[in-house]
Design a protein around this ligand. Structure first.
Ligand SMILES: Nc1ncnc2c1ncn2[C@@H]1O[C@H](COP(=O)(O)OP(=O)(O)OP(=O)(O)O)[C@@H](O)[C@H]1O
Length: 658
């Protein structure tokens, strides 16, 4: 059966409030319809894909250099000039040393020549000492600037994901973490790598010129020995990037265990169950597994780099023995020997530095792929070509045959759900754990898109609306509301910040919201009133440094945040009273009833007594609407609601009878 024909198709204009109705059952979408590739319609499945390209593309190189250029073009120019000067210094010093030795050997009585060559050598020495320091400072400043720019772009990219699906994808989270590291470091590493090539080119060319004069064969041998080193190091850096991707999940799990073992929330249970040792063991196991991968590669590097070092040593040693024998025969001067020795060391160290910088840049560039993927990924939720600004709610919201699962691997969380929230009314969603209540809220805020069916806001499909503007019309307290380590005023003012860089709510509005949520008295009694820093942990002995609130007080603050925005059409309260005592719950519901009077609201609560006065109760069971109607109608129906309500009511009667 096609699900679109089986479901309740009541529109927002004809809300089913007349009498209680057991909802019609729906069947799964047929295979002909076919699920989308990724749950929640994440447009670009490759963003979290588990594989990573192990080739640095020229485009990535261009983007990295472009980013560095934007962040600090004058720093790059200065760094380039310094790099070239640094490159020229050792070659100049080697020639000057040779000249000095030759002057001493053949023109020892020429004082002006001695002073000139000595002075030049001293200047080269000063340059050799000072240049690396200045160059390091410029590089560090360039790194800071590119790091800041890259971080801003990365998180602006992350903000473009308006849904939640990407944040539930572990591969995507690994990408963000690698993107954060590589995004900041790669551009300056690539600049350094590029300049290292130039620098090495100048140094090697200078020394090779010197070696060519002394012995062309030796010059060739030194050069050829460096090429396999470069190839081997590039291969190793590819393997290192691949290893880092493989150990990403292990690092993530380690972080989870580390946070768990130091979290104040987890501390109670961990101590009660004595579970600390268990989690420490798991954390260490993850670390051991990651270390084993690292060790494997370190050993390979040791073998390759040790072998190449041996080769360089053999070439250098052979060259020097030959030179000493040639000097004995009078074919070389003492200055030639000094020049040869410096040249061999100079070429080898210039090439080693080149290999080092280039492989580092190469490795960073491989990881830069993550940064590019995150910053250039398509938005996760389909954006309409011409998004419609959501109209002020006048008719209501309608769920029309909505099917949803969190991914194709997950079972259906909603199966053909249809119901309406008429304008100005309060609709309560009730049902057992896992029935799909919070999922409905998440779809209504458009954190995901339904796989089948539609959700209509005054007749307009949510998918045609701009998600930001839609959310500006909704005030919500989620089951897992946030506790911000900010002041009480800031905790409330965040409820009306919508894309701005500063909080703008006035003190009067903040206080009014706090009063509505019944938290004004508690906040006023804090050491600095609304300016008291609230924290989930103690900050030492200073009571004004941070105050710890109770769970119920935090929940009221979340409530104040939700009711702060005046222009909100819809108020969603997902378990708003779970952390409150019975008296507080009654008080909050009375206050909220006043607040809700002019607006539409969707309430979720397991305390059925708290929502029995809603205009309509929608009873969910296994992702389907099982019943709907007012409290009295549902009680008469004698179905699931009556059973749940009676069970709860029994708990409050001394005789245990309904
Ligand atoms: N992020 C998620 N990823 C995968 N499955 C999820 C996710 N969130 C919820 N589910 C599943 O969707 C189903 C409905 O969950 P939902 O949270 O909507 O239920 P609920 O009625 O709000 O439950 P409760 O009363 O316990 O809060 C459950 O089977 C749950 O396991």
């Amino acid at each position: 059966m096609n699900p679109t024909t089986s479901a309740d198709t009541a529109s927002a204009e004809t809300p089913p409030t007349g009498h209680a109705t057991p909802a019609p059952s729906s069947t799964e979408p047929t295979s002909a319809v076919g699920p989308p590739a990724v749950a929640g319609s994440t447009g670009d499945a490759s963003v979290g894909a588990a594989e990573v390209r192990m080739k640095a593309s020229p485009a990535a190189l261009g983007r990295a250099l472009g980013l560095a250029w934007q962040a600090g073009r004058w720093h790059i120019v200065a760094y380039a000039v310094l790099a070239l000067l640094e490159a020229a210094v050792p070659v100049t010093a080697a020639w000057l040393t040779k000249s000095a030795l030759d002057v001493v050997a053949h023109r020892a009585d020429d004082a002006s020549a001695l002073v000139a060559v000595g002075g030049a050598l001293a200047a080269a020495g000063v340059a050799a000492i000072a240049l690396p320091h200045v160059s390091r400072y410029v590089r560090q400043e360039l790194e800071r600037r590119t790091g800041r720019l890259a971080q801003d772009r990365l998180f602006a990219g992350v903000e473009r994901f308006t849904g939640l699906a990407r944040f539930e994808d572990p591969a995507f989270l690994d990408r963000i973490s690698l993107a954060h590291t590589s995004g900041g470091a790669t551009p300056s590493a690539v600049v350094a790598g590029t300049l290292a090539i130039c620098r090495a080119f100048v140094t090697v060319l200078g020394f090779l010129g010197a070696l060519l004069v002394v012995n062309p064969l030796l010059a060739g041998a030194v050069l050829v020995a460096a090429l396999p080193a470069l190839a081997a190091e590039l291969r190793l850096s590819r393997q290192r990037a691949s290893m880092m991707w493989r150990i990403g999940p292990m690092e993530r799990r380690q972080l989870f265990y580390r946070q768990l073992l130091t979290s104040v929330r987890a501390a109670k249970e961990l101590r009660l169950f004595g579970a600390g040792r268990y989690f420490r063991f798991r954390m260490n196991a993850e670390r051991a597994a990651a270390d084993s991968e690292r060790r494997h590669l370190d050993r390979r590097e040791l073998g390759v780099e040790g072998g190449l070092g041996l080769l360089s040593g053999v070439i250098a040693g052979a060259g020097l023995i030959w030179a000493l024998l040639a000097a004995r025969d009078g074919r070389l001067t003492a200055g030639d020997i000094a020049l040869l020795a410096t040249s061999i060391v100079g070429v080898q160290s210039a090439l080693a530095a080149l290999v080092n910088e280039v492989t580092m840049a190469h490795q960073q560039l491989l990881n830069f792929d993550h940064y590019l993927t995150v910053t250039s990924a398509e938005p996760d939720l389909r954006r309409p070509a011409r998004p419609v600004a959501p109209p002020a709610l006048r008719r209501g919201i309608e769920f029309r045959d909505v099917w949803f699962r969190y991914s194709p691997e997950h079972p259906w969380s909603l199966r053909g759900v249809s119901f309406t929230v008429p304008y100005g009314s309060a609709v309560a969603l009730v049902g057992r754990n896992g029935a799909g209540k919070s999922t409905i809220v998440k779809l209504l805020c458009r954190f995901y898109d339904p796989e089948r069916g539609t959700i209509l806001w005054d007749g307009v499909d949510l998918r045609d609306l701009d998600p930001g503007e839609l959310r500006a019309r909704i005030g919500a307290v989620f089951q897992d509301y946030m506790e911000y380590d900010l002041t009480a005023a800031e905790n409330i003012a965040i409820g009306d910040v919508a894309g701005r860089e500063r909080l703008t709510a006035s003190a009067a509005r903040i206080e009014a919201a706090a009063r509505k949520a019944g938290v004004h008295d508690a906040v006023s009694a804090l050491p600095r009133g609304y300016d008291t820093l609230l924290s989930r942990m103690f900050f030492g002995p200073d009571p004004e440094a941070g105050v710890v609130l109770s769970g119920g007080q935090w929940q009221r603050l979340a409530l104040a945040r939700a009711v702060l925005g005046d222009g909100r059409d819809l108020l969603i309260l997902d378990e708003p009273s779970s952390g409150l005592d019975a008296e507080a719950e009654a008080e909050i519901h009375n206050r909220l009833r006043e607040h809700r009077a002019e607006r539409t609201s969707l309430l979720i609560s397991h305390r059925l007594g708290a929502v029995r006065e809603a205009d309509v109760l929608v009873v969910l069971d296994g992702g389907q609407v099982a019943e709907r109607g007012s409290h009295d109608e549902l009680m008469r129906l004698d179905g699931l609601y009556r059973r749940l309500f009676t069970l709860q009511a029994q708990g409050y009667r001394p005789d245990g009878h309904p």
